[in-house]
Ligand binder design. Structure first.
Ligand SMILES: Cc1cc2nc3c(=O)[nH]c(=O)nc-3n(C[C@H](O)[C@H](O)[C@H](O)COP(=O)(O)O)c2cc1C
Length: 324
């Protein structure tokens, strides 16, 4: 039953924004959805922090009706905290609970969380079973990597275990934890997972356009695709209509998106947090082109929103003119 709901959601969301800590909050997810992304997943929330009611974790629980269905992602290492944290998120309105089993960050994996969950398959099976029992009727998904390192590339084993304990869908970013973000993501491993399980698989890694997303789906058989880094500063990546526009049309589209994003950041955050968010995202909209490092440094040096927006507006215009 939950699996049918999950399949329907995935069918309606073939390409969507990947979760990215400190970027994929409500404003950016609303912007991505406005551009055509399917349902979104929040940035990871630490289950221990949520249970302790840490301010940071509670702030990350923010949801918004404009997002439609939401997947809320948890980071944890035991059923003792993951289960109550997941129940709390469902009570707060989460439609799907996703467990992060791919985060490669040292301070995360040393606590047995993130990608470290792929190392102890038996214990992770117990944790996922407990979540499955507690989340009756709520889709439960996991996001995994290829494995810990080249010697322990066990995505297929982990995916099969997950299917057995009742997980409804899996996202695979096929790099190992040891690879972090280096080299090319080995898409063939996504295909291996698709072959090995009958629950839907979402592919992820190095997709930079809708054309690439379609290629990933046809080469691996995955049911849907998540796009992460390539959507930062380019949320229009989700809109096929954008590609068909001429240079003026694209510039107008981009300006509209940036204006909306700024407005949403102001609506959701206050003071220092709003300024930080604006700097992070506006710096991404500037993109990576010759001379943009200096432009970004100037933006990060600003101490008020008004000044930041003024520098950005000047720079965004320069970039538009240079690339038009
Ligand atoms: C800044 C940053 C933050 C990330 N945070 C998360 C996260 O909170 N949860 C998660 O599952 N993956 C996270 N990821 C991984 C992405 O979701 C994605 O798997 C990875 O970037 C590969 O996809 P891409 O090549 O499309 O970027 C993060 C990646 C980046 C670059």
């Amino acid at each position: 039953m939950t699996n049918q709901r999950m399949r329907a959601l995935l069918e309606a969301s073939p390409v969507r924004l990947a979760p990215m800590a400190s970027f994929t909050n409500v404003p950016f997810r609303r912007v991505a959805i406005g551009c055509g992304s399917g349902f979104t997943t929040n940035e990871e929330i630490d289950a221990d922090g949520l249970i302790r009611e840490s301010e940071t974790s509670l702030a990350l629980m923010r949801m918004d009706p404009a997002l439609g269905a939401v997947a809320m992602q948890l980071l944890g290492n035991s059923a003792e905290t993951l289960v109550p944290a997941a129940v709390r998120l469902v009570e707060a309105g989460a439609d799907i609970i996703d467990i992060n089993m791919g985060c490669p960050v040292r301070k995360v994996v040393t606590k047995g969380k993130g990608a470290a969950m792929m190392r102890d398959v038996a214990e992770t099976a117990r944790v996922l079973s407990a979540l499955r029992r507690a989340l009756d009727g709520v889709p439960l998904t996991i996001k995994i990597r290829g494995g810990w390192d080249d010697q322990h590339c066990n995505a297929v084993e982990v995916a099969q275990m997950a299917e057995e304990v009742g997980v409804d869908a899996i996202t695979v970013h096929p790099r190992t934890r040891a690879q972090r973000f280096g080299g090319r993501a080995p898409w063939d491993l996504i295909g291996d997972v698709v072959e090995a399980v009958s629950i839907p698989v979402t592919g992820n890694g190095d997709v930079t356009s809708l054309t690439e997303a379609r290629r990933m789906m046809s080469e691996t058989g995955c049911a849907s695709v998540m796009i992460g880094r390539a959507a930062l500063g380019r949320p229009w990546i989700f809109d096929a209509a954008y590609d068909a526009l001429d240079a003026d049309g694209r510039a107008a589209y981009e300006q509209r998106v940036v204006d909306e994003h700024i407005w949403l950041i102001d609506e959701c955050f206050e003071g220092r947090e709003a300024l930080t968010q604006m700097k992070k995202h506006l710096a991404k909209y500037i993109g990576e082109r010759p001379g943009t490092r200096r432009l970004r440094a100037e933006m990060f040096a600003q101490t008020s929103e008004a000044a930041l927006r003024e520098v950005f507006a000047r720079q965004f215009e320069v970039v538009e003119t240079v690339t038009a």
